[in-house]
Write a protein that binds this ligand. Structure first.
Ligand code: FAD
Length: 422
């Protein structure tokens, strides 16, 4: 045998052994089906559901989701900035139902019975072998003085894509010349660290182009811009110095509905449009069902597979998870999508009695600073077996703002929507 033949022989041998071990894995997956129930058809839940079905189509997957279609938080700031419409960020669950045979129950999940392994809604009682929970966040107004049921429309948060996004978008569109918009940012950690600053940029850009002498007051409970600070500051100084007034350490502590006033410890700000993004914590259903330790704001998990720290055969992913248990990852859609893949593979492996693989995750957060330019931050994460946490192994910030990054942001959104929904 000459050298070339020998190399070819080894190459064929390695392909053969790789494909036979893959076949072995697939056969082992397929032999072991089971029932998986997923709460939440958002960024974490959809990613977990599709991963499970792609690895082992014989697993029965049911998603409990109160909404009839998917509305994307990423790109929802573009709707508020009048660049995209609500239709551009709204998608059907049709492909998941028809192509992947995922069952959907469009109702509110009310209660888990961990002993009997079931989840109840008003009309259904669904059995599970493994339960994956990705219910997102609860918006917490409990520390806002004078908050009542009428306040939601007067001070929309638009921090879950939906009716409030449309409401805020219309309010911005209809504001009078010389009007004042206020945008309040809660203390970190909250969903999407750069999100409020992207929103501020796009609102400011719209005001600059369409509303003479209008102003935007940014009331930030944090001491400085939480994410991509230098890049946002540069853009704001260059484009919006006469429009944005940035006030750090200025958390909102109260409201007055009748005069549309936001109160901080220092000031009362009367405005024409008020976007109040409140403090956030774990979705309330997780707390009600004892999946959150007392005194904690978020759910604790083992980041190796995202199993709950408290209940067997239950997994928690997405924004609801605590950084103290997972490690320092942002509450982003991309991370929720990554967690869904890690958890989906872990669930399939558990059902097939296979060893779990060490997780790795990625994140890129794009933000527009104007309709023409974007900035980004990316990171790659792995599991540190010594600390039992997800750690960052490398990261990078875009050196400046550019049109290319704006284009990449739209491409990213389209790709990841396809990854979850088609
Ligand atoms: P969600 O996506 O919110 O999904 C939770 C789902 O559970 C919801 O559909 C909800 O209806 C359902 N649900 C909850 N409770 C129940 C119940 N009891 N019964 C039935 N259904 C229930 N991330 C990025 O990576 N890139 C971005 O550019 C980006 N931009 C953003 C911009 C804005 C304005 C905002 C607000 C967020 C942005 N994010 C971004 C963050 C991203 O949206 C979240 O991190 C992500 O949605 C978290 O996914 P999740 O699965 O934890 O929660």
């Amino acid at each position: 045998m000459n050298r070339r033949q020998l190399l070819k022989y080894f190459f064929n041998l390695s392909i053969l052994s790789a494909s036979s071990s893959l076949m072995k894995v697939n056969t082992s997956f397929a032999k072991h089906s089971g029932k998986v129930v997923i709460l939440g058809a958002g960024w974490g839940g959809l990613s977990a559901a599709k991963t499970i079905k792609m690895l082992n189509p014989s697993i029965d997957v049911t998603i409990i989701e109160k909404n009839k279609n998917f509305k994307s938080c990423p790109v929802s700031n573009w709707v508020i900035g009048q660049i995209k419409s609500m239709e551009d960020i709204t998608f059907s669950f049709g492909a998941l139902k028809n192509k992947y045979s995922i069952n959907f129950i469009h109702e509110q999940a009310i209660q888990f019975d961990f002993d009997k392994k079931n989840v109840s809604t008003n009309n259904f009682n669904v059995q599970y072998d493994k339960l994956v929970l990705s219910p997102g966040i609860m918006l917490d107004y409990s520390n806002i003085e004078n908050w009542n049921k009428n306040s939601y429309e007067i001070f929309p948060s638009a921090w879950k894509a939906g009716n409030e996004t449309i409401l805020l978008s219309r309010q911005i569109q209809n504001i009078k010349d010389g009007g004042t918009v206020a945008l309040s940012i809660p203390l970190s950690p909250y969903r999407c660290p750069p999100g409020p600053y992207e929103r501020a940029s796009l609102i400011a850009s719209y005001l600059k182009r369409n509303k003479k002498r209008a102003k935007l007051i940014v009331l930030d409970a944090n001491e400085k811009i939480v994410s991509k600070g230098a890049l946002f500051k540069e853009a704001w100084d260059e484009y919006y110095s006469d429009i944005i007034e940035y006030r750090p350490n200025s958390g909102v502590v109260g409201v007055d509905n009748s005069s549309k006033t936001l109160m901080t410890d220092f000031d009362d700000i009367k405005c024409d449009v008020a976007n109040l993004i409140p403090a956030q914590s774990v979705a309330s259903i997780l707390r009600k069902n004892n999946l959150v330790a007392q005194g904690q704001n978020w759910a604790s998990v083992d980041p190796f597979d995202f199993s709950s720290s408290f209940v067997k055969d239950v997994f928690i992913i997405g924004d609801s998870t605590s950084q103290s248990s997972v490690g320092k990852v942002p509450k982003s859609g991309y991370i929720a999508n990554s967690m869904g893949k890690v958890c989906g593979l872990a669930v399939v492996s558990e059902l097939a009695d296979l060893e779990k693989l060490t997780p790795s995750m990625i994140n890129t957060c794009y933000s527009l600073v104007s309709p023409e330019e974007g900035i980004s931050v990316s990171a790659v994460y792995t599991y540190d077996s010594k600390d039992k946490k997800i750690i960052k192994i490398t990261s990078g910030l875009s050196p400046n703002r550019s049109e290319l990054i704006k284009d990449n942001a739209w491409d990213w959104a389209q790709n990841i929507w396809e990854d979850m929904l088609l």
